[in-house]
Design a protein around this ligand. Sequence first.
Ligand code: DGL
Length: 260
Amino acid sequence: MCSAIAVNAPVGVMDSGVGGLSVLKHLTRQLPHEHFVYFADSAHAPYGNKSASQIQQRCVTIADTLIDQGAKALVVACNTATAAAIGSLRQRYTLPIIGMEPAVKPAAAASNNGIIGVLATTGTLQSAQFAALLEHYGQSVQVVTQACVGLVECIEQGQLNTPHTLALLQQYCQPLIAAGADTIVLGCTHYPFVRKHIQQIVGPNVTLIDTGAAVAKRLQQVLEQQQMLNAATEAGDYVFLTSGTEETQLVMQQLWGLTD
Ligand code: DGL
């Protein structure tokens, strides 16, 4: 079925909202000749406090929309949605689907003192997939996890620098600092948009890791393997869709501008 899809078809990218734009930036850098259609499910964000079955339903609706747009592959640019829905999506659709998970493996490898922190949503941290990740890659290090309740909502509203956002970041980074983490995983695709503040709070000696670049390499690898790479030499087009409001569209423009 995949071979019937034109190589110049777009790649569909989805997130609970605007966070996946931090991943899309890596995708467009790695694959500048590909077309992308991005879907921000901001009317239903955050996913982090929703049940797995609610998230699965949303993911199917969005995947159908992206496939209607002609998507040749899907990137689930959301750790929470990947944990809840990647299995059911792969059962349902035959096109290549790339997901993402918190960078526990690279963080464990990068840490000098063997203490790593993970900032993520409640949904991600409570998922079976995250438990399996810790089982596989977290055994040799101490892993301190912190759910960042309310942070996605701030970023969805474009509030990157408000006192409330900064107070939440202080609150959530504090336990990781207290534990002595020298490496912190940004385990939600919204968090790279407040990376600068997180770095300021934890200090310059702490390494922050996110998975955007790794996902972009993985997409390239999969498209190569499936012979689905766009052979065009001109830059690809980007289409931005959202279930959210006009305000969401403005926030998307704001955040997309920040990724340059
Ligand atoms: N960007 C999503 C993630 O990577 C945010 C989840 C949410 O909407 O709570 O987990």
